[in-house]
Design a protein. Structure first.
Length: 269
């Protein structure tokens, strides 16, 4: 077979070759086929993400269409509290790539990222704001959230510590500076119990041997006025509440006497 009718396409370089290195595509002596025209990107330009740099000689045209080279973007400069470089990927970004904004420790970027589009970032820059603080977590017997301000603390706003009923915070407030709480944490301590009181009972004064206040986890040894006996003998304090809640004072009876062969006194109590 003799194949005919197909003519190799040949093109010349366009007038505008900005951004392209054409040293290996010289069409001064006449048009070239696409495979004879090898172009690259000039300094300051680079192939966009996922793109090829090439000269296309397309049907119906006698001029190469140069594709793939785009102006690079420079990471923003002069950002107050910005890191150096201000983009985590470096100071130079290719077309279509993202600048992941970076700040000094204790600051967060707004917006968090910028896109490089043919030499320009969108948006053009960002600002570094003092970082919020996360409310502490994992605190036994703390409320949820454990700070009056919520789960996130704005710089300059204190975390007012919150505990469940019957517990009190070891520190009243934690201050937020550059994303760090000071102090970093707090604990919820069981509140003491007040010695029981009741108008219809012959309680001693105070009604606990240990005094008017019994610490969390402590024991109240119950006390009645002379002639009365407490039931039960002890109460345990847990988070501002006694277990059991109260005790009673009963009249004491005299131990029996005159019992043959009995010990003195006749009752073990």
């Amino acid at each position: 077979f003799e194949l005919a009718g197909c003519v190799e396409a040949r093109c010349r370089l366009p007038a505008d070759v900005s951004g392209y290195d054409i040293t290996r595509c010289n069409t001064d002596d006449g048009p070239l086929a696409a495979y004879q025209c090898d172009v690259a990107c000039q300094p300051g330009f680079a192939a966009g993400e996922g793109l090829l740099v090439e000269a296309l000689c397309e049907e119906g045209s006698d001029t190469f269409r140069l594709v793939g080279c785009y102006a690079e973007c420079q990471a923003p400069s002069g950002i107050v509290y910005g890191a150096t470089p201000s983009c985590k990927g470096g100071s130079i970004l290719t077309h279509g790539s993202m600048c992941e904004a970076s700040c000094e420790a204790g600051y967060t970027p707004n917006p968090p990222s910028l896109k490089c589009q043919n030499g320009e970032l969108s948006p053009a820059d960002f600002e570094c704001k003092e970082a919020n603080c996360d409310a502490p977590d994992g605190i036994l017997n703390a409320q949820d959230p454990p700070c009056q301000a919520g789960k996130f603390i704005v710089p300059g706003t204190p975390c007012m510590a919150l505990c469940e009923k019957g517990f009190q915070p070891s520190v009243a407030q934690l201050d937020c500076t550059k994303g760090v709480l000071s102090p970093a944490n707090f604990s919820c301590i069981g509140s003491p119990c007040a010695a029981p009181s009741a108008e219809d009972q012959d309680y001693g004064t105070p009604s606990c041997v240990e005094g008017e206040q019994v610490p969390h986890g402590g024991i109240c040894t119950t006390v009645c006025k002379e002639g009365s006996s407490p039931t039960p003998k002890t109460l345990r304090c847990h988070a501002q509440t006694f277990e059991p809640l109260n005790f009673t004072c009963g009249q004491m009876c005299a131990a029996p006497v005159g019992i043959q062969n009995a010990l003195e006194p006749a009752c073990a109590e």
